[in-house]
Design a protein around this ligand. Structure first.
Ligand SMILES: NC(=O)c1ccc[n+]([C@@H]2O[C@H](COP(=O)([O-])OP(=O)(O)OC[C@H]3O[C@@H](n4cnc5c(N)ncnc54)[C@H](O)[C@@H]3O)[C@@H](O)[C@H]2O)c1
Length: 435
């Protein structure tokens, strides 16, 4: 065994190429090993040849390494937390959907609570529930690219091992871990700062609105019960439709669990804003990045109310333009469903919108001021208990709900129609949890 090296030499001395785990493997393993090494006062050795376990399958390597260390025959040996075999085993664990089984076999898997990207600025831990879906996959990719995310947990009831392996190869700072099936929900959620929920079914041909409601309502309830159990202080970005009802459902679940904080439960309506900015920019002939349209009310049909009188930069529209834009913004989802001709609904633009909203939440959580986004949230702006308006985001979620501002006649009529439909959707959501 080599002699322990001084810390500075240890850092400089190159590990032989053939002994080196993959890049993100090194990052995870270095953090884990470094901490353990300090705790037990043990300096990691540099082996002269690769351990046999490095040539085995990851699970077998993990089990073999662990049993060697735990073996009474070698009783006096301290567990070498930084040995390459253990490091490889730990790294493999995050890609292995059979993680609990590995642990039973004696392989020490990485624990979610211990996940931290090494070095760099400390970031936030974000979980995506429904990460293998049409929205979830591109959203996972976009959040892996976000420098404010240090740990990204991908949870779904199908296909997370593949999505996780794929996304984890991106050479960005966030450490990615996959979680599969209900038995891994708690592990996926433990310690998270922000949870994004795009889990659920999109509307399919032949499905009634009630069918869709019942399926998605049940999914959102189960996932929110998990949030209440495992990360009750996390900020929740809720995407699953119908948002007008799923946000009230989540609120009821959190109330029952005694963890409800209305500031932290945010319905994602950013896609309506993103569409409004794009369509208005087309009419004005300007860059969509320079346009900001407040969209209030809710997130379905007539409840989507773009306030074209409050567009930035200040602009005026003809009555014809107002009707065209309002109609197109309210029916943007249908435009995509029809164009995809049975192959799905809005996923890419939705992932973009969710990533944008998540980034705004994370920047606000980091302490950046003046961040204002539209969101569907518990509100007293109208007589309804939930309503989408501009909110000022802060460290604790929606710190301030901004007023509607002056509306023109067209918008006042639209507001009344929106409130009527919203009221029913809210009641339906509340009744679902309390029936
Ligand atoms: N808020 C918005 O602006 C907006 C926009 C578009 C779509 N949506 C909604 O987002 C949801 C997802 O849409 P999609 O196109 O990605 O659908 P999808 O079917 O492609 O993906 C949904 C994913 O959720 C997963 N899932 C199902 N039950 C689950 C559970 N109990 N736990 C974890 N994951 C589970 C599925 O396995 C699937 O991978 C739908 O409800 C859709 O209507 C919302």
């Amino acid at each position: 065994m080599s002699l322990p090296l001084p810390r500075s030499d240890r850092r400089r001395r190159p590990t032989p190429r053939s002994h080196r785990p993959p890049d993100n493997a090194r990052r995870n393993a270095t953090f884990q090993g470094g901490k353990d090494a300090r705790r037990v006062g043990h300096t990691p050795p540099f082996p002269s040849k690769p351990p046999a376990s490095a040539r085995q399958s990851p699970a077998a390597a993990a089990a073999a390494a662990h049993s060697r260390l735990a073996s009474p025959a070698r009783g006096a040996m301290q567990p070498d937390a930084n040995s390459p075999s253990l490091r490889l085993a730990r790294v493999a664990a995050h890609l292995n959907p059979q993680r609990p089984q590995m642990e039973e076999e004696g392989a020490p898997a990485l624990r979610p609570a211990a996940c931290r990207a090494k070095g760099g600025a400390p970031g936030f831990k974000v979980a995506i529930l429904g990460a293998a879906g049409g929205i979830g996959q591109p959203l996972s990719m976009l959040l892996k690219m976000n420098p404010l995310v240090s740990v990204l947990h991908l949870y779904d009831v199908v296909n997370t091992p593949g999505v996780t392996a794929d996304v984890s190869h991106m050479d960005t700072g966030a450490v990615v871990r996959g979680f599969l099936g209900a038995q891994q929900l708690d592990a996926a959620l433990t310690g998270m700062d922000l949870v994004i929920i795009p889990a659920g079914l999109p509307r399919k041909p032949g499905m009634t609105r009630d069918d869709l409601f019942n399926k998605n309502a049940a999914i959102v309830r189960i996932l929110c019960e998990g949030v209440a159990r495992c990360c009750p202080d996390a900020i929740v970005n809720l995407i699953s439709n119908p948002v007008n009802s799923t946000v009230p459902i989540a609120a009821e679940v959190f109330k029952k669990a005694g963890t409800y904080n209305p500031k932290r439960l945010l319905g994602v309506t950013t896609l309506d804003v993103v569409r409004a900015n794009t369509f208005v920019a087309e009419v004005l002939g300007v860059n969509p990045r320079d346009v900001s349209v407040p969209v209030v009310g809710g997130h379905a049909g007539v409840t989507i109310l773009p306030l074209l009188s409050q567009v930035t930069p200040p602009s005026s529209f003809t009555q014809e333009e107002i009707k065209y834009l309002t109609n197109r913004i309210q029916n943007g989802g249908t435009e995509v469903v029809e164009a995809k001709a049975g192959a799905g609904s809005a996923t890419l633009s939705m992932a973009f919108a969710a990533a944008k909203f998540c980034d705004a939440c994370l920047r606000a959580m980091r302490g950046e001021g003046g961040i204002v986004e539209c969101s569907y949230i518990a509100s007293q702006v109208t007589e309804l208990p939930f309503f989408a308006t501009k909110v000022r985001l802060g460290r604790g979620g929606a710190e301030e709900i901004l007023p509607l501002g002056p509306l023109n006649e067209f918008e006042r009529v639209g507001l009344e129609a929106a409130k009527k439909e919203l009221s029913e959707s809210i009641q339906k959501g509340i009744a679902f949890v309390n029936k």
